[in-house]
Design a protein around this ligand. Structure first.
Ligand code: PFF
Length: 476
């Protein structure tokens, strides 16, 4: 009890939900989901994504929340306590991923702040965009290293001030304002996007059944691994977040209900981001705009705002404000995994940790690696990059390299190990934690959970791991 009191707790279940949904809803939803949906044929990607959410996302999220709340400690100690040496390895993987992801997440977040700033200048008549095309604007942003580093510093500093406030008075408070603001900004952009002339093509692309990619095994596997990797990243699974946030949750709350709400909200925002971006791309982005890949957010969308006339910059500010909010609430969660680890470690050694100092040190470490990614400008500024000479995707930029180790290897490998760990410690551990304080977990749902943990999760995760490695080793 004493330990809990020192660590703090969420002020309410709503606060926990806002923060966990805030962690889940991020660049993965807004940047990743629409462009991957564009690349993998629209509807087929959506169907596989939804199926994986039910068969893999839900059981893994429930497991992570249960372990986090049961042990009530950082991710490393939580996994070590329940899983022994395998748990320790898993705990390290689950801390390595957030740290490396932060290197590029902070830079992508910084680009969003920069776009918001440029559109704002344009709106005020100060010529932030000087009528440049989306591609020209983005090329300038990538090439201007001092500006990219400045905005990265700003983005990390914003996160620092929020996280320093603590679980309840910092993270929870910010998410309670930030998440509703995000939803409103997104709704306004969607209304504009779907009422553009020509937007219906985008809607058809998203929702008209199309089974073509499933006609070959290769096509199916490609969609499966892309959708699976996306789902893990989007739900923030296998990265310590859900364990960490769960460790601050009261025993009275329902883990099943909370998992479902987080998954549903995250998926809804991803589809809504698709609704904001794909119809706009079809209406204003020109032939094949939906295939722009990662550039869809930073180039195509800016072209869309440019072509809206005088009102364009206002939508640009609103849209990038929304993306920045989504990015920062996720970056906060990634940082908190490391902060909680250090705080708990110091407490266990009998010290009284200084939260502000720990957050400051973690932020500085993140800044050091993020400066590298910012200076690299997605590989366009001639910096040396590991594996560059191989011509493979993992050597295309510092972002790709960091992404390879975190999203490509540590995350799916951690998720696979997690299944085996649950086999070893038995799913009853999760069942008993879910049933705390008389919360319902019917036998039927528990049987479904067991089926997923023994069958669908390991198979799904093996394919995801395979697919991720294939992507990163492909010649770029
Ligand atoms: N889920 C976030 C997104 O979709 O952008 C990314 C993320 C946040 C991943 C937090 C992992 C994490 F721990």
């Amino acid at each position: 009890m004493e330990q809990k009191h020192q660590r703090g707790q969420w002020g309410s279940n709503l606060g926990f939900l806002m923060a966990t949904v805030g962690a889940a809803v991020g660049l993965g939803n807004i940047w990743g989901f629409p462009y991957k949906m564009g690349t993998y044929g629209g509807f087929p990607f959506l169907i596989v994504y939804l199926a994986l959410g039910v068969l893999v996302g839900f059981p893994i999220m429930l497991t992570e929340l249960s372990i986090g709340r049961k042990v009530g400690h950082s991710v490393l100690v939580s996994y070590r306590t329940v899983g022994g040496p395998m748990g320790t390895l898993l705990g390290f993987l689950a801390m390595l991923s957030p740290f490396l992801i932060l290197s590029f997440y902070s830079v992508l977040g910084a680009y969003c702040v920069e776009y918001m700033f440029l559109n704002g200048m344009e709106l005020l008549g100060a010529g932030g965009l000087s009528r440049a095309s989306g591609a020209e604007t983005f090329a300038q942003i990538l090439a201007n290293q001092p500006m990219a580093i400045f905005f990265t510093l700003l983005f990390i500093a914003l996160g620092f001030f929020i996280i320093r406030g603590g679980i309840k008075d910092g993270i929870e408070k910010f998410n309670k304002i930030g998440m509703p603001a995000l939803a409103i900004a997104l709704l306004i952009v969607i209304i504009r996007a779907v009422t553009l002339p020509g937007a219906s093509e985008g809607l058809k692309f998203m929702f008209t059944p199309n089974w073509e990619p499933f006609t070959t095994l290769d096509g199916f596997l490609e969609v499966l691994s892309a959708a699976g990797g996306q789902m893990f990243f989007s739900l923030s699974l296998a990265m310590g977040i859900t364990v960490t946030y769960g460790s601050y949750l009261s025993k009275k709350e329902s883990l099943v209900k909370n998992s479902l709400i987080v998954i549903l909200s995250d998926t809804t925002v991803a589809v809504m981001a698709g609704l904001a971006i794909l119809p706009s791309a079809f209406a204003l982005g020109g032939e094949g705009a939906e295939l722009a890949g990662p550039k869809l957010l930073f180039i195509t969308m800016q072209d869309v705002f440019n072509s809206m006339g005088a009102i364009g910059p206002a939508f640009g500010v609103l849209f990038f404000l929304f993306v920045t909010l989504a990015a920062i609430t996720s970056a906060i969660a990634l940082t908190e995994v490391l902060v909680t680890f250090i705080l708990d470690h110091q407490t266990a050694r009998g010290k009284t940790p200084n939260r502000g100092l720990v957050v400051g040190l973690v932020s500085l470490a993140v800044l050091a690696e993020a400066v590298l990614v910012a200076a690299d400008g997605l590989g366009s500024n001639g910096l040396w990059i590991p594996f560059q000479e191989t011509g493979r995707t993992l050597g295309a930029s510092w972002l790709d390299f960091m992404d390879f180790i975190s999203e490509g290897v540590a995350m799916p490998l951690g998720a696979l190990l997690m299944s085996f760990m649950i086999w070893a410690i038995r799913p009853t551990l999760v069942r008993d934690e879910v049933r705390q304080c008389g919360q319902p977990f019917s036998n039927r749902l528990y049987r479904y959970y067991q089926f997923c943990i023994y069958v669908t999760c390991p198979i799904g995760m093996a394919f995801i791991l395979y697919g991720q490695l294939r992507t990163f080793f492909a010649i770029s």
